[in-house]
Design a binder for this molecule. Structure first.
Ligand SMILES: [Zn+2]
Length: 110
């Protein structure tokens, strides 16, 4: 018996159960190989989504950064505050996505 990650909701469940106790994803019909495939497939789809999200986050940060230095809005003015906020949001979002990507890649290697 081992703990596996449910392909449906990513919560931990025992591999001896017929279905996930959290989301009722049925894994009974799948053999070891099939389950592993299903888990990898879902993790890969999630990784792709996170990749495009981190790209978007980076783009927002770069756009705000570029605006700030090209337009040079007055400090503490509304455009300056918005550009600054977008830079912070973009960078934070990017870092969060990279961390989540690292966790998924670790799962994919198992
Ligand atoms: Zn589940």
């Amino acid at each position: 018996m081992a703990l596996i990650q449910c392909p449906g909701c990513n919560k931990r469940m025992s591999d001896t159960m017929a279905e996930c106790p959290h989301c009722h994803f049925k894994i009974a019909g799948l053999d070891e190989e099939g389950r592993h495939e299903e888990i990898r497939r879902i993790a890969a789809a999630k990784r792709d989504k996170l990749m495009s999200q981190s790209m978007l986050a980076l783009l927002i940060a770069i756009a705000a950064f570029t605006y700030y230095f090209v337009q040079q809005p007055l400090p503490k003015s509304m455009p300056a505050n918005i550009a600054y906020a977008l830079m912070v949001i973009g960078v934070v979002w990017f870092v969060v996505n990279r961390i989540r990507l690292m966790l998924i890649k670790r799962d994919l290697k198992r």
